[in-house]
Design a protein around this ligand. Structure first.
Ligand code: TYD
Length: 133
């Protein structure tokens, strides 16, 4: 599977909008971890890693940011996240850079795995080498 945008139903009524993301049902994995990024800005680049095990869903619940993905096999994509009722699904073994954060950006990240620093690949050449094996 490639990195791709998943649109979620919006349960809106006069009281406002509500978006639901359920593991397996709405995204391709069971959710084990959530974290969120805020107070980043347009000058920083985050991410800059690939994961050997973790899959992610990234939702910009406020503001906007960009995500560049690279599958290590020649496919690169740039996604703009600026809509709280869609998310970017990123499979394991995809390099990702997050950047151009708006000042009000809150990037919600759902993951299939608990945090394990050892499954993060933080050297692009090591990533390419592993993908070439
Ligand atoms: P980092 O992976 O550099 O964040 P990003 O991918 O957004 O650039 O993580 C920043 C710090 O937070 C780093 O010291 C590791 C720690 N961290 C955890 O302890 N648990 C987690 O689930 C995550 C994502 C990060």
């Amino acid at each position: 599977m490639e990195a791709h945008i998943i649109k979620f139903a919006k349960h809106g009524d006069v009281r406002g909008a509500l978006v639901v993301v359920e593991g397996i049902k709405d995204i391709p994995f069971e959710i084990k971890r959530i974290f969120y990024i805020y107070d980043s800005d347009s000058t920083v680049v985050r991410g800059q890693h690939a994961n050997r095990k973790s899959e992610f869903l990234l939702v910009c619940v406020s503001g906007s940011c960009k995500v560049k993905t690279d599958d290590g096999r020649g496919k690169q994509d740039i996604f703009t996240l600026n809509n709280p009722n869609e998310g970017l699904y990123i499979p394991k073994l995809v390099w990702k850079d997050m950047y151009e954060f708006s000042s009000d950006c809150v990037l919600l990240c759902l993951s299939s795995e608990n945090y394990d620093a050892n499954e993060y690949i933080r050297d692009f050449q090591v990533f390419l080498n592993e993908m070439g094996e």
